[in-house]
Design a protein around this ligand. Structure first.
Ligand SMILES: [Zn+2]
Ligand SMILES: [Zn+2]
Length: 333
């Protein structure tokens, strides 16, 4: 390294020591010696990067060497960020580069808040979406916008990622859809419940459970919304009559809850026609509760919240009434 370089670096290090924490927001200077400058940039617990900068032989006429490390941000994101930061350093050839590069990295994270879920976003693109679907990232609003289709059905929804992700709760909103309204309300409530459970410990803690830690919500929420609901419901058959639970044409959807073709989603996630389910729930056997014919899980539903005993009693009462009527009919004959 030439004497000029050594002198230049000495002077730059002095300026870095004086100005780094003042001029680069959220920065902490850990090391500042000719061998390396090491700085921790931490905006939130998850938006945290260790930046290592090393001076090459021909510095400042060559670009400073950049290495980024993070326990929370993905490797792929760090690789991409390293590349754009190197490009940025080129703008300052012949001049001091350390603070400019640090500011650039800090601003990049600030302006791209969705970097905290970059790995989850790759998963959604790769494993959940198909060619007919669409995902857009609105970094300014910290939102992921999804448009998902299945046959003639579609649902457009957005997930808002809080600054302190994954510690604060993400929120999900449906912008537009052509699914049955009550089903959509149900899907959305469940999606927000999944997001809530990612950040709040369960009310009933079992003694053997490990201590609660907040979990990233984007992946489980999207798996539920896309795989379990949007891509699945339009293809589901009513487990009782084996016909499609939803009409093929969304314009024929029935939103009237007591209509016999109204699609009822029960606890296990299977969808029945209201009429089919009503008959099934009111017909014996009742012992052990009524079970879903598709998955054998007990059926829980607001509309049929009766104990097996009560269902049995109602059934007996109806039967007695039917016999009475039959007798009347016999008498008339
Ligand atoms: Zn049916
Ligand atoms: Zn089921």
């Amino acid at each position: 390294m030439s004497d000029n370089s050594v002198a230049f670096i000495q002077s730059e290090l002095k300026s870095v020591k004086e100005n780094c924490e003042k001029k680069v927001k959220d920065s902490k200077l850990v090391a500042c010696v000719p061998a390396m400058v090491r700085v921790v940039l931490e905006q939130t617990q998850h938006k945290s990067i260790v930046v290592c900068l090393m001076f090459p032989d021909k510095y400042p006429d060559a670009t400073i060497l950049i290495e980024l490390k993070s326990k929370t941000l993905s490797y792929k994101l760090l690789q991409g960020l390293t590349k754009v930061a190197e490009e940025e350093a080129k703008k300052y050839l012949g001049r001091e580069q350390v603070l400019m590069v640090l500011k650039f990295i800090r601003n990049f994270i600030q302006e791209n808040p969705l970097c905290v879920c970059s790995e989850e976003i790759s998963f959604i693109k790769k494993d959940l979406l198909q060619d007919c679907d669409d995902i857009k990232l609105k970094q300014k609003l910290s939102q992921i916008i999804l448009k998902v289709k299945k046959d003639q059905y579609f649902m457009n929804f957005k997930i808002t990622i809080p600054d302190n992700y994954p510690f604060d709760q993400s929120s999900i909103e449906v912008a537009d859809h052509n699914f049955p309204e009550p089903l959509t309300v149900n899907i959305l409530a469940q999606a927000n419940e999944i997001a809530r459970r990612c950040v709040q410990p369960p009310l009933k803690k079992r003694p053997k459970d490990p201590p609660f830690e907040p979990k990233p919500a984007v992946r489980p929420v999207c798996e539920y919304m896309i795989r379990t609901c949007i891509k699945n419901y339009p293809a589901q058959k009513c487990p009782l009559c084996n016909e499609m639970a939803l009409p093929e044409n969304p314009q024929e959807i029935i939103n009237e809850p007591n209509h016999e073709k109204f699609a009822e989603r029960v606890y296990c996630g299977h969808t029945f026609h209201h009429g089919c389910l009503d008959i099934y729930m009111k017909t014996p056997p009742f012992t052990g509760g009524k079970k879903c014919p598709s998955c054998s899980n007990r059926i829980y539903h607001e509309n049929w919240k009766v104990t097996p005993e009560l269902a049995e009693a109602r059934w007996a009462h109806q039967e007695a009434r039917r016999r009475e009527l039959d007798e009347v009919v016999d008498f008339l004959e």
